[in-house]
Ligand binder design. Structure first.
Ligand SMILES: [Zn+2]
Length: 229
């Protein structure tokens, strides 16, 4: 499939792979591809066609819609707590672990890792300080947030949102992997309220079928959480 490639600025691109979005960020020394999409086995090639800097890969998490092109990278950045989830979906290669507070510098472009466990155990966001943007992966978005399956934890997710709420002075925009682009930082508080109401059993659900798996769809207004029955 041919993705839609949209420049955000001269050194930043979003790569739209249908339902999911990857990003390419370039500094003066190197470039970082954030996720490899659902169908983009050629994600590395695409990235190398956009920048002349050496391209490294980081995965926000290991779900199958974010790792399609990982095989072209012998090693990549990922949170170590995500290894089981990544391997369960057939992911290979060497994980270079990144954790809370680590900074990757692309050359004049420091990127800070923020842990956001809950959607998956090792979900991370990337704070692009030079652009005052938070690349959030799946936890902060306006679409459907998958909270079913092994390792998903709504309470932990809520704690991650609360932590992030304390840092909203550090970014002006959120660049998520699904749904609208960009998203306002105020979405974090809205999602936290939705998660709180769900934990308090105050949100009604509708049945929904995901490839034969019956799920519950909880529409909290600003997004929809999908949970197991
Ligand atoms: Zn996803």
């Amino acid at each position: 499939m041919n993705p839609e490639i949209i420049p955000i600025d001269a050194q930043t691109w979003r790569i739209e792979d249908g339902m999911v979005r990857c990003y390419l960020l370039a500094g003066t020394d190197s470039a970082l591809l954030v996720d490899t999409g659902m169908t983009l086995q050629n994600a590395r090639e695409i990235a190398e066609g956009l920048t002349d800097k050496p391209v490294k890969l980081l995965n926000t998490h290991g779900d199958p819609d974010h790792i399609a092109g990982n095989a072209a990278f012998p090693s990549f950045y990922m949170h170590p707590d995500e290894a089981d989830n990544y391997h369960a979906f057939g992911g290979g290669g060497e994980i270079v672990p990144v954790r809370e507070g680590d900074t990757l510098d692309l050359g004049g472009r420091p990127l800070e890792i923020i842990e956001l466990p809950g959607h998956t155990p090792g979900s991370i966001a990337v704070l692009d300080r030079s652009r005052r943007a938070l690349i959030s992966g799946d936890p902060i978005q306006t679409g459907r947030i998958f909270m079913f399956g092994p390792g998903r934890d709504l309470r932990q997710y809520l704690n991650s949102l609360r932590k992030l709420q304390r840092r909203t002075g550090e970014f002006d925009a959120i660049w998520p992997a699904h749904g609208a682009f960009p998203v306002e930082p105020a979405q974090i508080a809205k999602l936290a309220l939705g998660a709180e109401r769900m934990l308090a059993h105050q949100v009604t659900w509708e049945p929904c079928d995901m490839r034969g798996t019956p799920l519950r769809a909880y529409n909290v207004g600003c997004a929809t959480f999908l949970m197991s029955e």
